[in-house]
Design a binder for this molecule. Structure first.
Ligand code: FE2
Length: 475
């Protein structure tokens, strides 16, 4: 069955469908019929609209939800700055953390767990491009936490949509719109502005986040593939309404705004939405449900064939962010070097490994919880040992990636690395190139006799027109 067998069973109910217009009520009759903002909402609730796009965005792009809640989200004290010395997640903020734009291929050892902090304080910006204040670009985070968020706290990011990729440990995510349990091999998207609290039912957690500062994620176009395949819309799960009722205790509302942390107080729970309807909501997806498609004749297709979600730039077919996975799959291509080819890409590629071993890197340096970055036009490809094996392998049908899941955040933007990502985390592998490619051996052998063209010398360095040379301009 194409689903992940999770050790931790789910405990919540969901409504399925990505891009669907959902409606849900935790108390029967809490959703008004037809009207979005009746003079008096049912049961004394407040009407509140949450816009994920401009009011006037085209209908096909428009995302918004109507919330019916005990008290409006605006009922809180003014925000005050918090942790200004230790919390800076704006890649465009050059003030304190230098931003490194470098062409080197980078690979990181597994990032450390950190049991001393909660979700909010476990976010470490490792790379990114653009600026959330301009609503352009993306940020790439490593998260590592070992504590539940305080029972009277909620967090939101005004900067973008979080695409969360757990690598270790489960996330119990209580959002305004309902609850989601997210485990390794699942992903979760929490759109900009939605308030949530994360607890850790199995202890410490670690993983990766892509924060998208512009637009939202969508399913990729399928073109000639047809109307089904890759990630199917029906497999995305949105929460059903669930609410707390508490207007006695004080709560802290934490906001990530322009990459900085702010806090406000309120005398009521932020999780008081009794009913909602709309198409702007958090959701999760089991990567085990991905319908992987590949070559059944020859050649290795472009990795775009493994795109789960995409956020397009204004240039058609060019993504600000693609989320791509490399799941277990069959390789059957004939007369083909089956791992990814050596290449340089105008897009930047940040890769991470959730579990197992990535089939293009068998040398042992790319480990679960580790990552790599191959930036714009930075050359890369299989390491020497993988090349050696794949060049000599018997090309029978074979399953690769069993028990493994690698992923890629691909972007049309040149990605910079933070001071933390390059130095402070102390995980960058100094010998990545030496291990991977510098040890590649030339296998070129001139045929004998060699028919040489285009001015290539035949044994006399630098000679032109020597015997045996056949310039292309001769007849
Ligand atoms: Fe690549």
């Amino acid at each position: 069955m194409p689903v992940t067998q999770f050790e931790l069973p789910d405990k919540y109910q969901y409504q399925n469908g990505l891009g669907s217009y959902h409606e849900t009520e935790a108390v029967e009759g809490a959703l008004p019929v037809a009207a979005n903002n009746p003079q008096k909402a049912p049961y004394g609730l407040y009407n509140e609209k949450l816009s994920g796009t401009a009011f006037t965005a085209p209908r096909c792009e428009n995302q918004q939800s109507w919330l019916y809640r005990v008290l409006p989200a605006s009922a809180h004290s003014p925000f005050e700055p918090r942790e200004t010395d230790s919390f800076n997640t704006n890649p465009g903020d050059h003030g304190r953390d230098r931003w490194h734009q470098i062409p080197n291929q980078l690979r990181w050892d597994p990032f450390d767990l950190d049991e001393t902090v909660d979700w909010v304080h476990g976010l470490k910006l490792v790379a990114g491009a653009g600026d959330p204040t301009m609503k352009c670009g993306l940020g790439i985070f490593i998260y590592a936490a070992g504590k539940d968020m305080d029972a009277h706290q909620a967090f939101y990011s005004a900067d973008g949509d979080f695409l969360i990729v757990p690598q270790h440990g489960a996330l119990d995510v209580q959002t305004e719109l309902g609850k989601l349990l997210v485990r390794p091999n699942e992903i979760c998207i929490i759109p900009r502005g939605i308030r949530y609290r994360i607890t850790l039912p199995e202890g410490p957690v670690r993983g990766f986040i892509l924060e998208l500062y512009q637009g939202h994620f969508h399913l990729p176009e399928l073109g000639p593939i047809g109307s089904n395949g890759l990630a199917n819309a029906r497999d995305f799960q949105a929460p059903i309404a669930a609410f707390d009722e508490d207007t006695e205790n004080e709560y802290t509302l934490l906001a990530k705004f322009g990459g900085h942390l702010f806090a406000a107080k309120q005398k009521h729970t932020p999780f008081d939405v009794v009913a909602w309807h709309g198409n702007y909501y958090p959701y999760k997806y089991d990567l085990g449900r991905f319908n992987t498609i590949g070559s059944i004749s020859y050649d290795h297709p472009d990795p775009s064939i493994f795109t789960v979600l995409t956020a397009q730039s204004n240039h058609p077919g060019t993504a600000v962010a693609d989320f791509v996975i490399f799941p277990p799959r069959w390789l059957v291509a004939e007369d083909t070097f089956r791992p990814p080819w050596y290449h340089r890409n105008t897009m930047s590629e940040f890769m991470g490994l959730i579990q197992g071993q990535y089939d293009a890197k068998t040398g042992g340096g790319f480990q679960p919880a580790g990552a790599s970055l191959h930036n714009v036009m930075s050359a890369h490809g299989p390491d020497a040992s993988t090349h050696e094996k794949a060049s000599n392998a018997e090309l029978k049908p074979m399953k690769v990636g069993e028990g493994s899941m690698a992923f890629m955040f691909e972007s049309c933007l040149m990605v910079g690395v933070t001071e933390w990502g390059l130095k402070k985390c102390a995980k960058v592998q100094a010998d990545y190139n030496a291990e991977s490619w510098e040890s590649l051996k030339p296998h070129f052998r001139r045929p004998t006799p060699a028919k040489l063209v285009n001015g290539t010398s035949n044994g006399v360095p630098g000679s032109i027109g020597d015997q045996g040379q056949v310039p292309h301009w001769t007849s």
